[in-house]
Design a protein around this ligand. Sequence first.
Ligand SMILES: [Zn+2]
Length: 273
Amino acid sequence: MQILNLNLENPGNPVEYIFQLPADKRPTEPDPKFQEEIFQPYYEQSKRISPLRPSSIPIRGIVIHATAGGNAHGAASVITAGVASYQFLIAAEDERDPNLREKILATTPESRIAQSIRDDKSHPEVLKGTRNLDTHSLSIEIVNRQDGLDPFSEGQLEQTARLIRHLWFKYEDLEIVYSHAAVDPLRRTDPGAHFPWARLENMIINGIPSDEPEIEEQYDDPFHDMLISQAEHEPLPPLPLSSHFKTTSAMPTITALEPDTHPAPQISTPMIS
Ligand SMILES: [Zn+2]
């Protein structure tokens, strides 16, 4: 697996991690590589503290968190304890359980309101300063020790981007991605100064680079034909992310989602009757 550089010389400021999702870049087709798995018992337990979202309230934001622990079960223990919840967990690249590594785990139904941001927190650039942000957002937690030394893996970054593109395709009102630190800067720093925020934005808006087919026509030089004929006779070197894709393709099939997990996109109706 690939590990991202920590970029220690040029850390970001997580308080500034906010970007808009331009409507003209919204994915128009589902991603065949997208795969999530229900993470039990947390998914079921989350319902005790995560009330149903009224169907009249559209999902407009995605909030990114990073845990202060090193593995998926530890991160999800806050749900069991009843102190917090979030819809998705991106497991670490070094999970003890190899079946969990870099997986997209559903930890709370999307139809429910997560408990991941304090109700009174807001930011003027995030949904016009609205409060109760969990009510209008889906919440993604990424497993990372948050000690300044534990790097996010390339696979975690790609899975986070893939998940958000999937949600963007699914929820047409989705318009913004922001960090927990941006809306609660005095108490929170997640996902941290070493999270590759600019790369995440680029992957979500412009697509995941490893998904792009190579376009031969762009190599317009006399050596191109020679290279192609050589390539036809020699096996190509493995792609940098091949080990990750092997892991992905070996994943077990997804557990059937419960009916209220993925409601069909609905036309918003005014709340006031
Ligand atoms: Zn957080």
